[in-house]
Design a protein around this ligand. Structure first.
Ligand SMILES: [Zn+2]
Length: 127
């Protein structure tokens, strides 16, 4: 299956970029916990297509936040590394962001938009 091979290749390339990135705990040593709630919806519809929560394993996680598009026929994805890392470096405890997929799906440009809501806490933050 050609599509599956391409998807596997993209996933492998994504892992390479994650492996090449600095570790999250090196960049933001005070970070204690990070949870990302992720939703994807089509920009031409108001329905949430995909929703999941990801608890980031701080000890091992790369300082790289890239997710493949949830549309299996799409070659795009979301790289929100910069916005998330800026917020974490600034010590923000709750922040949100979004990214429109720039990929090509079966029927043309992909219209999936990813929204994330992040909750972080830091070692030296007051309880
Ligand atoms: Zn897409």
């Amino acid at each position: 299956m050609r599509r599956n091979t391409e998807a596997a290749k993209r996933a492998a390339e994504r892992r390479e970029r994650e492996d090449a990135a600095d570790r999250l705990h090196e960049v933001v040593p005070t970070l204690g916990n990070l949870t990302l709630h992720i939703e994807e919806r089509r920009t031409d519809k108001d329905e949430v297509e995909v929703s999941h929560t990801r608890r980031v394993v701080i000890d091992r996680a790369p300082a790289h936040f890239e997710m493949g598009c949830s549309d299996r026929r799409c070659d795009g994805g979301h790289d929100v590394t910069r916005s998330i890392m800026n917020a974490l470096r600034a010590g923000e405890t709750e922040f949100t962001g979004s990214d429109v997929c720039g990929g090509q799906s079966k029927h043309g440009p992909c219209k999936l938009e990813m929204h994330y809501a992040a909750v972080a806490d830091y070692a030296d933050a007051a309880e």
